[in-house]
Design a protein around this ligand. Structure first.
Ligand code: AMP
Length: 432
């Protein structure tokens, strides 16, 4: 299918063409005609599937057909969990709507409200918002939702993960009963399904790329390495194996800063983004990374959620998350819209259980790369405490394997094989 088959109005067709899109993605193929017809929509899709355009394009077209002169009401509300996602959605709306007279605005917390408030008072057709700031403005009487015609709930499962479901429900209660609702979630846990059932009216349901599947275009690998060698391994691959930009995922804010400091010390341009950084600092870091000024961006999961960087070729998981789905979201930052991508995961004893769970979720074993100076065959599965340290189960670090001294930065033996000391809990072992 081609975009020309979707009966888009000229100003939108032209803007899309300028974006370089020729064919709609599978979710766009399904969503655009249905949303244009006024149907409610349930999209089970993660970022990277083109879901933003899947709802933005028909919203723009539906609103463009109305006579909105002298109408300052907010007509479409898009609720999304993070500032970064909110900004990116508005950037997309701006791009697709560049030849339309519709007014759009993004609001989020963590910055002064003055500019956002001034823009709201001038009148906005499409509002992209995070829940906290939206409720703030509503409480102050600056925003009213009573004229909303189209409501989009984006990344509903992430709203749940981040503890925003209560806020989302408060927003939903303030919406008029008669409206079109578009609901997007990468996964459908029971609570999200219940929420969807409660607000959607006979929706068209479309599921694309279930969360457990990873894009075929992404080359995945794991590197077995002791925890204390991970920083050196990162520098090693950045200096020897990869010349492109790299997005590195860290479990904690402190960890992200530590990685950034080490790489800077090694003369690799690096910035970190996480919740303790100001909104401006995060935005600048993102801009520098996108423009190539900074080669490495180190991010925590929440800060990186939905970051949309065209042509990002490399993602490094410095640690694996306890939530296996996070792996899919992380590596989905690369290999977008069919481009080739590579994901590298550093695995130490603390990551072994997460590796096992991740492989179960994605239904495949991730190949191990041994050809690096920090490879070890002696990892022992350990549980992690909340500080990213080995949990003191039974009073101490689990025993190391027979070869207790870790390999000293020597090239891996070509004959080396993955041999784990059998941990007490057999579920911790990696099946060969
Ligand atoms: P999303 O899933 O909305 O985060 O979009 C993922 C990426 O795909 C973004 O960089 C979009 O600009 C891009 N994209 C969206 N739709 C298309 C399309 N039909 N053709 C090519 N790229 C697209």
């Amino acid at each position: 299918m081609n975009f020309t088959d979707l009966n888009l109005i000229d100003p939108i067709a032209k803007a899309i063409q300028e974006q370089g899109y020729t064919n709609p993605t599978p979710i766009q193929e399904r969503s655009i005609p249905e949303i244009l017809n006024g149907r409610d929509f349930l999209g089970c899709a993660q970022t990277g599937t083109g879901k933003t355009a899947a709802f933005s394009i028909p919203i723009l077209q539906n609103l463009a057909k109305k006579d909105l002169r002298n109408n300052k009401n907010i007509k479409a509300l898009i609720l999304t969990p993070t500032r970064e996602l909110a900004i990116q959605i508005e950037e997309n709306i701006k791009a697709y709507g560049k030849y339309l007279p519709l007014k759009h605005l993004v609001i989020f917390g963590g910055v002064k409200q003055g500019n956002q408030e001034a823009a709201l008072r001038k009148g906005v057709d499409i509002l992209v918002a995070t829940p906290g700031r939206l409720l703030d403005f509503i409480a102050q009487g600056i925003i009213s939702l009573k004229n909303i015609e189209i409501f989009v709930l984006d990344e509903a499962d992430r709203m749940l993960d981040m503890g925003f479901v209560h806020d989302v429900k408060r927003v939903i209660k303030l919406l008029p009963p008669k409206k079109q609702t578009l609901f997007f979630s990468a996964t459908m846990p029971a609570e999200i399904q219940k929420l969807a059932d409660s607000i959607l009216n006979n929706p068209v349901k479309v599921e694309v790329t279930p969360v457990s599947s990873t894009a075929e275009t992404i080359k995945q690998s794991v590197y077995f390495v002791e925890k204390e060698d991970k920083l050196d391994l990162l520098t090693h691959i950045l200096k020897n194996d990869i010349s492109d930009s790299v997005l590195v995922f860290a479990r904690t804010k402190h960890g992200a800063d530590k990685i950034a400091r080490k790489l800077q010390k090694d003369n690799i341009t690096t910035e970190a983004i996480h919740g303790n950084k100001s909104q401006n600092a995060r935005q600048n870091a993102l801009t520098n990374f996108k423009s190539g000024k900074t080669r490495v961006l180190v991010a925590t999961d929440i800060a990186a959620r939905g970051i949309d960087i065209d042509e990002l070729k490399y993602v490094v998981n410095f640690e694996l998350s306890d939530v296996s789905e996070t792996y899919v979201h992380r590596i989905g930052r690369t290999g977008r819209a069919g481009a080739e991508g590579t994901s590298i995961s550093f695995v130490d004893g603390l990551d072994l259980l997460n590796l096992k769970n991740t492989e179960k979720l994605i239904g495949m074993k991730i190949p191990i790369v041994k050809d690096h100076p920090f490879h070890t065959d002696n990892l022992v599965a350990q549980k992690r405490d909340s500080n990213n340290k080995p949990a003191a189960a039974g009073g101490g670090r689990p025993q190391s394997s027979g070869n207790s001294s870790r390999p000293k930065k020597k090239p891996a033996s070509p004959t080396a094989s993955v041999g784990f000391k059998k941990p007490k809990n057999k579920n911790f072992t990696r099946k060969k």
